[in-house]
Design a protein. Sequence first.
Length: 80
Amino acid sequence: LMKAAKLGLPEAQHNLGDNHVQEGNTRKAMAWFIEAAQNNFLPSMVNVGMMFLRGTAEVSPNPVAAMIWFRLANRIEGSE
């Protein structure tokens, strides 16, 4: 999984993010979700937006960043 994520496969990046969420490491999760989101992977865009909206122990709330990610996700979803 790590090898595929490092090769830039967004689904693998997203799955690594999910693994880190389950382990309670939201900082690493956010980093992998952002990697996948930058590759236009819709579920990761939504996760990044939600993490910014709610905030976590390691990620400060940022409603502006959340809205930006939600708008990007909406554009991707609308283009399919």
